[in-house]
Design a protein. Structure first.
Length: 388
């Protein structure tokens, strides 16, 4: 994997988080390059500050602009961790520490107390609802003098995206394409009258409760088809003692809440790296009347779970991601499998739903003594793994 990123603001050593053995992946893209080159060409490295950096994935922007006061806005704990780690790696060049304490808390005022930004840099996310939410929350943190520039692959710079900038910030235009990326320039017009998007309430015949989906939840407007298939194979709910269950990568919490609704003797830990997902799972659990048996944790895999729970979890349910932003990767799923093996009791089970083309059997057998496929259809396989 290439790690040296040369920018007009200096040379950086950048690594992805989680780390990857895929040599074709790196911790920056052509949109990062385009944006930094534009800033250098038009401001000659004398940028206005303070700077707000939104949706930086691994720190390409945050670490390059180390000479300036800048704050990070992200829904992703993995992105925050990657930026912190890369900031530490390049600390010898650091003159203005990155403001990581002001990380975006979902559905809270954007960096409350921060004075208006002079420059806002946005990496365009794949989820339009997240971008809309961020632009609305940004309205009272910019002035007509603020420079707002967004960057993304040309597939993300659509008429709909331009329309969101026009609606919530001000007039918007695009650059020419370079290396399959474009920039968006938007001039703030003092807009501040928009309400942040309400959650989408999803009802489905397969569920006896409603899903309350916030802006950055996977399958925001419907029940995920993999989860739908998995619901019939969540594991043993009959236990004399209280079961401890983890919904790992919980999203809106559909798996864990389904488990809770079918038994009175379990408690569920809902774990996800997205603050939007944790907010969704909590809201769904409250509406379903089971929140008193729930714990919620924003964490990369199980790294944030108390070590006192190691060896004490009875069941872990997981619909692991195989994408990180636009990249296909197995590193996140592998971390989940390794962590699950540490937290399960000797008789505990890890149950996974996965696309059929993802052959997890080999990886799981490295960690568990018993691995079997207990269900399969044309699209998905359900695995059950245990140490005994």
């Amino acid at each position: 994997m290439k790690t040296e990123f040369t920018t007009p603001f200096g040379s950086l050593q950048l690594y992805r988080f989680p780390t990857t053995r895929n040599a074709s992946l790196q911790a920056w893209d052509s949109a990062d390059e385009y944006l930094l080159n534009y800033l250098n060409e038009h401001f000659n490295t004398q940028l206005p500050s303070p700077i707000c950096i939104m949706n930086d994935e691994f720190g390409a922007l945050s670490c390059a602009l180390t000479d300036y006061d800048r704050a990070l806005v992200t829904d992703s704990l993995m992105a925050k961790t990657a930026i912190e780690k890369n900031s530490e790696r390049n600390a010898k060049h650091e003159r203005k520490p990155l403001n990581v304490s002001d990380t975006f808390e979902f559905r809270r005022p954007l960096l409350a107390g921060q004075s208006p930004y002079k420059l806002v840099l946005i990496k365009i996310p794949k989820t339009l609802a997240l971008l809309e939410d961020e632009l609305i929350s940004l309205q009272d943190k910019v002035t007509p003098d603020t420079i707002v520039i967004a960057a993304g692959k040309i597939t993300l710079v659509t008429k709909t995206v331009l329309g969101l900038f026009e609606k919530y910030i001000g007039t918007a235009s695009t650059s020419l394409a370079k290396k399959k990326s474009r920039l968006i320039f938007s001039t703030p017009a003092g807009k501040s009258n928009a309400s942040r998007p309400a959650p989408i309430i999803v009802k489905d015949d397969a569920l006896n409760f409603a899903l309350i989906n916030e802006v950055n939840v996977f399958c925001r407007d419907h029940l995920d088809i993999g989860a739908r298939f998995f619901l019939r194979y969540l594991g043993n709910r009959e236990c004399a003692d209280t079961q401890r269950v983890i919904d790992l990568g919980c999203g809106n919490g559909v798996l864990g809440i389904s488990f809770l609704k079918q038994t009175n003797n379990c408690e569920v830990y809902f774990v996800d790296e997205s603050s939007s997902a944790i907010a969704s799972a909590k809201a769904t659990a409250e509406a379903a009347g089971v929140v008193d048996r729930c714990h919620f944790l924003q964490s990369h895999s199980l790294t944030g779970l108390p070590s006192s729970l190691k060896g004490k979890i009875d069941t872990i349910l997981c619909n692991p991601p195989f994408h990180q932003n636009n990249a296909i990767t197995e590193e996140i799923a592998w971390q989940m499998f390794k962590d699950a093996s540490q937290f399960l009791t000797p008789a505990g089970e890890l149950r996974i739903v996965a696309n059929r083309q993802l052959n997890y059997m080999v990886k799981l057998k490295k960690l568990f003594n018993r691995v079997e496929i207990i269900a399969r259809n044309k699209k998905f396989s359900v695995y059950c793994a245990s140490k005994s």
